[in-house]
Design a protein around this ligand. Structure first.
Ligand code: FES
Length: 282
């Protein structure tokens, strides 16, 4: 393509572009934007007399100035009545105060009720209260029928016989524990099942006729006096009472077991041990 031909095309394009610009400009001058009125329309509007029948602004103003002020008829004024203090007093703050107080009272009431229920339950039965074991002679029969040991789950207690011929020695050790000694005089003793070492439940060993703790091997004779193992004393015991031939165990009064070395019955192991061998007195 020759340079002359390119120049000719550019010139033609410039002429066409210039023509478009000129035409567009002249058109916008004529119209003066959308919504513009032509000169003819404007002159027609000026000559026209428009009447809507409505009063003009000036007429309205003049009429307003000439209008007389009409006094309103007097109205009886309501006498002032002070608001009810009680009604006025129920302010938001008082409402919240009362709400908080009510909630606190309800909570305390519920707590008190549950506490009373708990204490009521505690006094009416279960561990921590006085539990009837039944007729003393029946209890002794049960001990013998169970080869020397009678277990009362509700009292968490073992009931065993205390030999009458050991009472002389026993008095010296246990007479200060009046409620315990009362049972011994009637031929029984109620031992707490909890090992005084670390609290395991101590089972009976029918072959040795001792109590032997499976946890660390503490051993006690049939009346709970320590015979071996790491326990710091003999088995703890409960106070009892006998009324009309009925034995009652007071699981709310636990007495500490006798000191290491106490041996009022002289009972030795009557057969093989269930847990290890007797470790002697510690
Ligand atoms: S808990 Fe019984 S010997 Fe340790």
């Amino acid at each position: 393509m020759s340079t002359g031909f390119v120049i000719a095309i550019v010139v033609v394009a410039a002429v066409i572009f210039g023509a478009i610009v000129v035409l567009t400009t002249s058109r916008s001058t004529d119209v003066r934007g959308a919504g513009a009125l032509s000169r003819e329309t404007k002159s027609r509007d000026r000559k026209a007399t428009i009447s809507t029948g409505a009063p003009t602004g000036r007429e309205v103003e003049a009429a307003a100035r000439s209008t007389e002020v009409v006094k309103a008829a007097p109205v009886a004024v309501e006498p002032f009545v002070a608001p009810d203090e009680e009604t006025l007093g129920v302010s938001r703050r008082m409402f919240f105060n009362r709400t908080i107080f009510t909630l606190m009272a309800a909570s305390l009431g519920a707590f008190g009720a549950s506490l009373v229920g708990f204490l009521w339950h505690g006094s009416s039965g279960g561990f921590g209260s006085k539990i009837s074991a039944g007729k003393l002679e029946d209890v002794i029969q049960s001990i013998r029928a169970n080869k020397g040991f009678y277990y009362m789950a509700e009292a968490r207690a073992w009931v065993t016989e205390y030999p009458k011929d050991a009472l002389g020695k026993g008095r010296a050790i246990y007479s200060k524990q009046t409620a315990v000694f009362a049972g011994m005089e009637s031929g029984v003793i109620a031992l707490y099942q909890k090992c005084p070492h670390l609290g395991c439940r101590v089972p009976e060993c029918k072959s040795s006729q001792w109590f032997e703790c499976p946890c660390h091997g503490s051993q006690y004779n049939r009346v709970g006096e320590k015979k071996g193992g790491p326990a710091p004393r003999g088995m703890d015991r409960f106070g009892v009472s006998i009324s009309n031939g009925v034995l009652t165990i007071d699981t709310g009064s636990v007495f500490a077991g006798p000191a290491i070395g106490t041996n009022t019955t002289g009972q030795e192991a009557e057969g093989p041990h269930c847990v290890g061998a007797a470790g002697g007195h510690h």
